[in-house]
Design a protein around this ligand. Sequence first.
Ligand SMILES: Cc1cc2nc3c(=O)[nH]c(=O)nc-3n(C[C@H](O)[C@H](O)[C@H](O)COP(=O)(O)OP(=O)(O)OC[C@H]3O[C@@H](n4cnc5c(N)ncnc54)[C@H](O)[C@@H]3O)c2cc1C
Length: 470
Amino acid sequence: MTLPDPFLKSIRDAVGEKAMITDAGDREPYLVEERGLLRGDSDLVVRPATTDEVAAVVRACAAAKIPVVPLGGRTGLVGGGVAAGGIILSTERMTGIREVDALNLTITVEAGCVLADVQTAAAEADCLFPLSLGAEGSCRIGGNISTNAGGVGVLRYGNTRALVLGLEVVLPDGRIWTGLNGLRKDNTGYDLKQLFIGAEGTLGIITAAVLTMFPKPRTTVTALAAVNDLGGVMEVFARTRAACGDRLTAFETLSRRCVEFDLAHVPGAVDPFAAPHPHYVLIEATSPRAGDPLRDDLEVVLGAALEDGVVADAVFAESENQRKQIWMLRETIPEAQKGEGASIKHDVAVPVSRVKTFIEEATRAVEAAMPDIRVVAFGHIGDGNIHFNLSQPAGGDPKEFRDATGMLNRIVHDIVASMNGSISAEHGIGLVKRDELAHYKDAIDIDLMRTVKRALDPDNIMNPGKIVQT
Ligand SMILES: Cc1cc2nc3c(=O)[nH]c(=O)nc-3n(C[C@H](O)[C@H](O)[C@H](O)COP(=O)(O)OP(=O)(O)OC[C@H]3O[C@@H](n4cnc5c(N)ncnc54)[C@H](O)[C@@H]3O)c2cc1C
C-alpha cells in the first residue's frame, strides 16, 4: 500500500522527519515477528515521543483511513503486531516514569517502558511490581497491558489486568481518553479501562498506565520436588496452598521430558536429583515479613508428602544462585524444545481441578493420532495454565509434523473446550488464533466483540484483522 504524500506530510508535521523510519533495512525488525514465523508489510514506522504526538498521528490515520498497528517490545507470539499495510506506531521512545507514589502503592508509567525498568523503579521505592515473564528485558508495559500478560506470579498477584488501576489511551479517532487514576475504588459507571486491557491494540493505543505495586518481599523460599504422578502434583499443590495461603507465589510443574530437553540443549543445566522422576514441581513462596517462618511451613508440607510417598525427593534453594538454577530448568524449556525440531504449542487453561484430567486425556489423544509424538507439558499449574507443547517424533520430518498442526490443534482445543477452558491463557489471539477463536467462542461473544470494535473504531483503522474480523 503506497502511502499518499498529503498523509506523509501530516505525519511529518506531527512527529518530525527523525521519528519516521522509511528505509527498508531499518524497517525490517518492526515487520518480523519474534520467532520469525510471520512477516508484516508496512512502508512507514513512526516513533512518537509523547501522547500528543501519538494523538496527532492517529488523527492523520483517521482522516486518511489508513490503518495503524501499535507496537511495543515486539515479543508477542501470536502475530498481534504484524502489519498488513498502513503504518506501524512504535512506543519505544515513550519510556518515562511519570510518578511513583509509595504510599498509594502506585507507579505511573508511559507505554514504552520496558517491563524490567518498571520493576526496577518499583524496587527503588522499596516496593514490588510483580509482573514477571521471560521477555521482561524487552517487552514494554503497553504490550503487556494489551496482551493481558500472565507470567510466573499470576497465582499470587493476578494477570496484568489485576495490576492496572488507570489508563491513558489514544482512541481510533485521535482523541485522548484520560482514565489515569490510581483508585482502588471507583464505581462511576462502566470500567472503561477494561476494554483496552487485552485488546491487542484493536481499540486504541495505550500511552500511559497507573499500575499497582505491592510491599517488597523480605523472605523468599524456593523448592523443587520430584513427584511420581500427576495426582501427586495436584496433591502437593493443594497442601502447599493450604499451608502458605497467599504467600504461595508460584507453583509450576515440568515433566521429566522437559528436564531431559534442558539437559540436552541448555548449557549449564543440571539434573536436579540423583535419579530421574516422572514429574517435578517448582514451589516459590514469599512474604513481606522478614523472618516469616515460610521455610519451616514448606518443610512440614514436603516432609509429610515424602512420608506419604506423594513426593519422592525435594530440595530447597540455599542461595540466590541455587534459586536461579532451579528457575532455569523451568524457564529454558521453550529454548530447549527448539533443539528437538519442530514444535506445536498450546497455551491453554482449564479449571485447576481439571488439570490432571486434561493433561492425561490430551496426551492419550495426541499419542493416538501420532504414536511417536512427544508431549512436552509444563506450566503455571497453580493457575490452571498448561503449556501443552508437542515436539515432532525424534528424527521425523519437521514439515510433515507442522502440516499436522490443524489436526492436532483441533484435538487439543476440543478437549480444552469440553472442560470449559480457554484456548489462549496467555499471549492473546492476534492473527495466529483468530480462526480458532471464531470456532470455539459463543456466537454472542463474537457478536459483542464486533459491536464494541465497530462502536470505537467504525473505520476499522486500529490494528485491523486481529482478534475478530469485523
Ligand atoms: C521468551 C518469551 C517469554 C514470554 N513469556 C510470556 C509469559 O510468561 N506470559 C505472557 O503472557 N507472555 C509471554 N510472552 C509473550 C510476550 O512477551 C507478551 O505477550 C508481552 O506482553 C508482549 O509485550 P510487547 O511489548 O513485546 O508487545 P508487542 O509484541 O509489541 O505487541 C503485542 C500486542 O500488543 C499490541 N500493543 C503493543 N503496545 C501497545 C500499546 N501501547 N497500545 C495498544 N496496543 C499495543 C500490539 O499491537 C500487539 O497486538 C513471552 C515472549 C517471549 C519471547
